[in-house]
Design a protein around this ligand. Sequence first.
Ligand code: S3P
Length: 173
Amino acid sequence: MSASNNKHIILIGPMGAGKSTVGSIMAHKLGLSFYDVDSELEKRCGVSVNLIFEIEKEKGFRLRETQMLKDLMLKSPAIIATGGGIIVTDKNLEMIKQCQCDVIYLKTDVKQQLYRLRKDKKRPLLQFSDRKQRLIKMAEIRNPLYGSIATITVRTGHQSAHKMAMTIIKHYL
Ligand code: S3P
């Protein structure tokens, strides 16, 4: 697998699945550029995702997220890690389906999410006391959507991000 493969590799999945970490390891190993939609948005806006949510609410964030996805997809083939909510916007689903990219779904469960995100104080959609219920609800709505655009599904378990990245890379060797 190399940049000459000519398509992006897009990582999707819920919060805490490890998309950014796995994506950056993969990019390093495959010699591709790596972009994280949220980080790129923070660079562009000069403020945190959290603050974008605070000022513009989720609606404003989603518009910016769609524009960023569009811009990143115009770049040379790269690894793109998306935010967990990328699939809630129809336009994003369409864009991802149309681009014929490889779409890697890091499938995880609420128990693992709760563990991995236990110290998180940044994610705007988790700043509530009923975290578990919210994650369950999101999983119900979102998991079928991730599944509907995935070309490769990898179940996240106890293995390290490095191991997960290597498992995915095998698909390209
Ligand atoms: C979101 C996930 C976050 C970030 C934003 C919204 C979501 O990204 O885009 O807080 O709707 O699930 P991560 O999946 O990287 O945490």
